[in-house]
Design a protein around this ligand. Sequence first.
Ligand code: 5GP
Ligand code: ZN
Length: 122
Amino acid sequence: MSDNCLFCKIAKGDIPSKKAYEDEDFFVFHDINPAAPVHLLVIPKHHVVSMQAVQADDAQWLGRMMALAPKLAQENGCTPGHEGGFRLVINTGIEGGQEIDHLHMHIIGGPRPWDKRAAPAA
Ligand code: 5GP
Ligand code: ZN
C-alpha cells in the first residue's frame, strides 16, 4: 500500500469504484472514463509503480494477471470468438501515456461502431 496512491485506495475500498472482480491478489473495476463499451482496469493489490519496476521474479503474478483477461472480458460484454475480442494495454511511464502510477492493465472491448475497421464495406 502506498499512502497517496489512488489505485491502492480503490483496491482497499477506501475510494468507491464499480467492482468487476476481486481475489487475493487482484482488484478489477470499470474505468471511470471508458474508451469503449467494455473498459476494465486490472490492478495488483500490492503497489507496483509500472512495468518499468517489473523484474524476473514478478513473472508469476504478472502471468496470473494476464490469465484473468479472457474470462473477465467475456463476462463483462466483450464479444467471444474470432470476430470479437479485446485489447490489453499497459501504459508505462510518462512517454508511455501512464497517468496513474500504480501498474494497471486495461481490458478494452465490445462493439465499436465508430471504428472504421469494424464497419461493413461501403
Ligand atoms: P493510464 O492512462 O494511467 O493508463 O490509465 C488510467 C485510467 O484510470 C484512465 O483510463 C482513467 O479514466 C482511469 N481512472 C482515473 N481515475 C479513476 C478513478 O478514480 N476511478 C476509476 N474507476 N477510473 C479512474
Ligand atoms: Zn498503489
